[in-house]
Design a binder for this molecule. Sequence first.
Ligand code: URA
Length: 443
Amino acid sequence: MRAYDIIEKKKNGEDLTQEEIEFFVNGYLQEDIKDYQMSAFLMAVCLKGMTNQECSFLTSSMLNSGERIDLSRIEGIKVDKHSTGGVGDKTTIILAPLVACFGVKVAKMSGRALGHTGGTVDKLESIDGINLAIEKEKFFKIVNEIGCCVISQTSNLVPADKKIYALRDVTATVESIPLIASSIMSKKLASGSDCILLDVKVGDGAFMKNTKDAIDLSRLMVEIGDSFKKKVVSIITDMNQPLGNAIGNFLEVWEACEVLKGRGPKDLRNISIYLAAHMLNLAEKGSFEKCEKMAKEAIDSGRAFEKLQEMISALGGDISVLLEDEYPNKSKIVYEYLSDFEGYISEMQADKLGKAAMILGAGRQSKEEYIDPYAGIILNKKVGDEIKKGELLAMLYSSSVNRCKEGENILKNAIKISNVKPKAEPLIKAKITNQGVEKYSLL
Ligand code: URA
């Protein structure tokens, strides 16, 4: 077999066999196949696509490239949750303790920030003392005793994806449905949970720019899950504006705690309850309606917040700061961004706001860059809100005035104001299971 022939076959739009795909993935990991050959292959997949069968072969080749976590020592049903990446998406911090209140186990490996989208590991690492790089034994013990634990992905979890993703990132080959599906599903399958809830984001701040593509991606991931005998449900949610009001690591942890304290932004609370209800339903805790009530109760009673504190303490984190009533600001510069216009907020482009938060210090522009855990943005208005000239639009947190000025310039382009009140965009757009697609306009 020759890499050249496989690239040419895909370039001509032909279907590849399991052996050919395995040869390519394994050869790349062993460095027999070079970056330039893999780049050409990825571009051919981007342009010509893959059948569902080929995508399953690609997923299993990647899955077999590393360790598969055996969660059998954790009692009960294990449910995982994955978001395809958004701005201000801190739902994992809310959902893990929330469903753990009902005996559903969450043994979750999370990633770091990618481009303008944040990563749960960077968010949790903004808590003083926390260590997410723990041994498996300790991970299992925390999940068995507390019910949930979020740690950073081990280096041997799907090494093929790690290497291929880094190349996709610099060769404009990220936005391909079969490549995204195999990347996500190989990691989810390697993580070992029984059921998986996928939150596929759609909008300008997401990889999927329209609902049709998000449905196609969801269908493919549900089908891959089925072929590996895993229950997978995919929910399509809006990412045309950030989720909640906070963007930035510690700011997002604080906002997640606000929701668990029964406060916080309505969109974040509602989506968290909706996703938690689906996780509980997947774990056979009752009908969706019953699970929704259970999720609300666990928030309103404070049980879910207590569970989060237990998890953070078990990971060595200092919870005292999370118990304060007011936001305990640690940023050197807090900059008020005031509106120059009046009217209604008609757009808050999530990708640009994510980029602004990154410039303020909340994300990395290169792999080696230091993250300022306290940098970011708090939006004081969201799409549909009315604003007056001179009124506060957003607070910017950073360690430097120059970064704030740069961030402000991006915000000026990202936030649009109109004199007509815009139509509200539904937060939940569709649900995809192995039974089919249900379209909604919810929340
Ligand atoms: N998230 C992933 O893990 N992989 C992709 O390809 C895109 C988003």
